[in-house]
Design a protein around this ligand. Structure first.
Ligand code: ATP
Ligand code: MG
Length: 368
């Protein structure tokens, strides 16, 4: 069902994204080592990743790094190793000889035991060694194993140099492809450092698949088809209104479709409810940022209220919070670009998501 709120896992539930799926498959078939799926929040990265992995025909492990980080406050190596192995074992569970060979290879690691679809460690696992075993197993089987990290930029927030581990995999483990998604695109690029000579992945090639928002026609068609599935037929005007407000962001279109089509709320009520839900979501997403510096919230509010230039945004922030020096202010702006909360075209800043913009505009920010 198109209006299911969870990230999609089946192609039948995924609207379009044909080109992106083909590109992903072609990268894996060509034996590329590193694939990036990029785009601001709610554009459907996780859904695309799920379907691409399921359709790839290859064994894979998928780790939701963001939720791992929020559960543990960091990304411990042991937990990551277990997640990778549990997920990989699950995807080969239906292919007996493949699974048995994987179990055998893994059992050769000291201190690691496979029991059923799960692994036990008798001592601290060495993730590099585990990846080596996975790679050699995949190579022997004439396959590739895809290791997918959803919201991979969170890997940077642990004491461990996971960028070095990925670089090792890219350079030395021919049976493995890494697929990484990121909604904080600038943060993911910083973490990987493909263009930073001081970083281990410097100079490596990555296939970048950048998700775009739906065009107006696609948004209309998405809603029409979704409503058809649940057997209701909202007016053209309602559909036009929704499409006009969500600017092709599939996450909001899906949420609207769910409220209007599955919960069957009248249009105006569905919109109200959507903004209520969105406000809670967005407040949660912004809270850790604003905890770091209240100025982030004030900058976003300045932009939401129509200040687009560096100098007018700064004036607003200083009016609300007192003086801030130019360099520090520029760093804050740059970080908001990296997190994907702001976009910059020419000399003008904007908030790329109209729902975020609306919510931020009404945000009550207590001074200091
Ligand atoms: N192509 C699609 N067809 C139908 N529904 C989709 C599609 N892409 C995403 N969705 C829906 O949109 C919402 C957001 O999707 P998803 O979680 O995959 O996006 P995301 O980019 O990973 O978001 P986030 O940045 O929050 O992790 C979900 O409700 C999902 O079911
Ligand atoms: Mg996601």
């Amino acid at each position: 069902m198109l209006f299911d709120l969870r990230p999609k896992t089946k192609r039948a539930d995924l609207y379009d994204r044909e080109k992106e799926l083909r590109e992903f498959q072609s990268a894996v078939n060509l034996g590329e080592d590193l694939i990036l799926l990029l785009g601001i929040r709610r554009l459907g990265k996780s859904s695309l990743l799920n379907v691409a992995l399921a359709e790839s025909g290859f064994p894979y492990a998928k780790i939701d790094v963001r939720s791992l980080y929020f559960t543990h406050g960091s990304i411990p190596q042991g937990i990551l190793a277990r997640k990778i192995l549990d997920s990989l074992l699950a995807t080969v569970s239906g292919r007996k000889s493949l699974r048995l060979k994987l179990e055998k290879v893994l059992s050769s690691i000291r201190g690691l035991r496979v029991s059923g679809l799960s692994v036990e460690f008798e001592r601290k696992p060495d993730l590099a060694e585990i990846l080596e075993k996975i790679s050699s197993w995949a190579e022997n089987e004439n396959l590739r194993a895809i290791i997918a990290f959803d919201e991979a930029q969170y890997l940077r927030l642990s004491g461990i140099r996971y960028d070095g581990l990925i670089a090792y995999g890219v350079d030395s483990l021919p049976g493995i492809t890494f697929a990484l998604t990121g909604s904080e695109v600038g943060m993911l690029h910083d973490f990987l450092g493909l263009e930073d000579p001081k970083k281990p992945l410097f100079g490596r090639y990555a296939r970048e698949i950048v998700l775009q928002r739906f065009r107006r026609e696609e948004s209309m068609d998405f809603l029409r088809r979704g409503f058809e599935e649940v057997g209701i037929k909202p007016s053209r005007q309602e559909i036009g209104d929704a499409v006009g407000r969500f600017d092709g962001i599939v996450g909001w279109l899906t949420m609207y479709g769910y409220l209007r089509g599955v919960r069957k709320l009248p249009h105006a009520q569905a919109m109200d409810e959507l903004f209520n839900m969105a406000e809670k979501l967005i407040r949660g997403e912004l809270s850790s940022l604003i905890r770091n510096s209240r100025r982030y919230g004030v900058i976003l509010k300045a932009v939401a209220m129509g200040n687009v230039r560096w100098s007018t945004i700064k004036e607003y922030v200083e009016f609300k919070m007192g003086p801030v020096n130019d360099a520090k202010f520029s760093v804050l702006l740059k970080n908001l670009l990296k997190y994907g909360y702001l976009e910059k075209k020419g000399n003008e800043y904007s908030i790329p998501d109209p729902v975020v913009k609306e919510v931020v505009k009404n945000l009550q920010l207590t001074p200091r």
